[in-house]
Design a protein around this ligand. Structure first.
Ligand code: ZN
Ligand code: ZN
Length: 369
């Protein structure tokens, strides 16, 4: 495939506005989608809607098969398939985007965290990858356009999200078979290629490879994104966000924040950062390292603390705003937002806390080699 470096921006005007905004201030990313969906206590029938009411896609069948009474197709539970709500409850997803934009978010993330063939296989809906990513990006785009029309001096951007999938390419899930892998680079790349194509088609302004716990998975995603850009004949800014999964300060595949950056910097992303897993305070030291070594923008979107005994999150908007304001005062931030457990109230408090504080100026580093 072509090197994406030779490709022009797909939406040069949008990129110029994004870069101008980043140079001027700390930009705010939205908060959790799942936390907001949970508040609605949706049932199986809500997830299925009309189209999936039988537990499979009424609009899709294998060649020669016609769905009908007694057609023999197996029903699969869809409760918890949050990305499917983009198709079955689009108003609900658009309202969540709108709530974050009203709270002050400059960028919203698409409802596509699990919209890869690997993750959708859990629900027997692998054929929906392209559609879910395209429609997810369109919904976010529509919400951003509406917000931007109200506040023309504050451009709003759609981040097309690629999640990590539930599989790791560099580790075995089976302690008795260390050589076993539940997925491969090629399988992941194919899955991400299709997802990225949908996000581009739906009008995403940027693509974020998010919640990276395995750097090899991320490499597959970045490789696939380049392919998707080549196929689209243009590129979008790419954002990279890893996750530190334990007290040793490493990703699941064993890297420190510094090693993580050096493994992925060849992709020349618009930003690198960390999200999820930990609260802001526990991310502080790792963001500090990234801010020193990375010559690109830094992003941070932590959870609202560590999960409590009930799987909930306890940090209040005030807690997070106080902690993240200190990050900003220390000159560590270009993009800030929230992950699991955060709500529009959290994002409003964070936006208020960093308002007027200058964005970090990425260091100009000597070329290493
Ligand atoms: Zn059937
Ligand atoms: Zn999270």
């Amino acid at each position: 495939m072509n090197s994406p470096d030779t490709l022009a921006w797909l939406h040069p005007g949008r990129v110029a506005r994004l870069e101008a905004a980043l140079a001027r201030r700390i930009l705010v990313i939205d908060g959790a989608m799942g936390t907001m969906i949970q508040r609605h206590e949706l049932q199986e029938s809500d997830y299925r809607g009309q189209r999936f009411s039988e537990g499979f896609d009424a609009l899709f069948a294998a060649d020669g098969h016609a769905h009908g009474p007694g057609c023999g197709c197996e029903a699969h539970d869809q409760r918890g398939n949050n990305d499917l709500l983009t198709l079955t409850r689009p108003g609900l997803i658009r309202d969540i985007h709108a709530a974050y934009l009203a709270a002050g978010a400059d960028l919203v993330e698409t409802n596509t965290f699990n919209s890869t063939a690997i993750s959708l296989a859990d629900y027997h809906l692998q054929h929906l990858v392209r559609e879910l990513n395209r429609e997810g990006a369109k919904l976010a785009r529509a919400a951003c356009d509406a917000a931007e029309a109200r506040t023309p001096d504050q451009p709003r951007f759609v981040i097309g999200v690629l999640g990590p999938t539930s599989r790791t390419a560099s580790l075995s899930p089976d302690v008795n078979r260390p050589g076993f892998r539940a997925t491969s680079f090629d399988e992941l790349a194919a899955a991400y290629r299709e997802a990225a194509a949908g996000l581009i088609e739906g009008g995403a302004d940027a693509i974020m490879v998010e919640t990276i716990f395995d750097t090899l998975n991320a490499k597959a995603a970045l490789f696939a994104i380049d392919d998707a850009f080549a196929a689209a004949g243009g590129r979008l800014p790419v954002l990279i966000s890893g996750t530190i999964t334990d007290a040793s300060g490493r990703t699941l595949s064993g890297q420190t924040a510094e090693a993580f950056w050096y493994s992925l910097r060849h992709a020349r992303p618009l930003s690198v950062g960390l999200n999820c897993a930990l609260g802001a305070r526990d991310l502080r030291a790792h963001i500090d390292v990234l801010a020193r070594v990375a010559d690109v923008n830094i992003s941070t979107h932590p959870n609202a603390g560590l999960p409590n005994a009930f799987g909930g999150y306890d940090e209040t908007p005030e807690d997070m705003a106080r902690d993240l304001r200190e990050f900003a005062e220390a000159g560590l931030l270009n993009l800030v937002g929230g992950c699991c457990g955060t709500t529009p109230e959290h994002i409003a408090a964070i936006a208020e806390a960093v308002r007027g504080l200058p964005p970090r100026v990425p260091p100009r580093l000597e070329a290493a080699a």
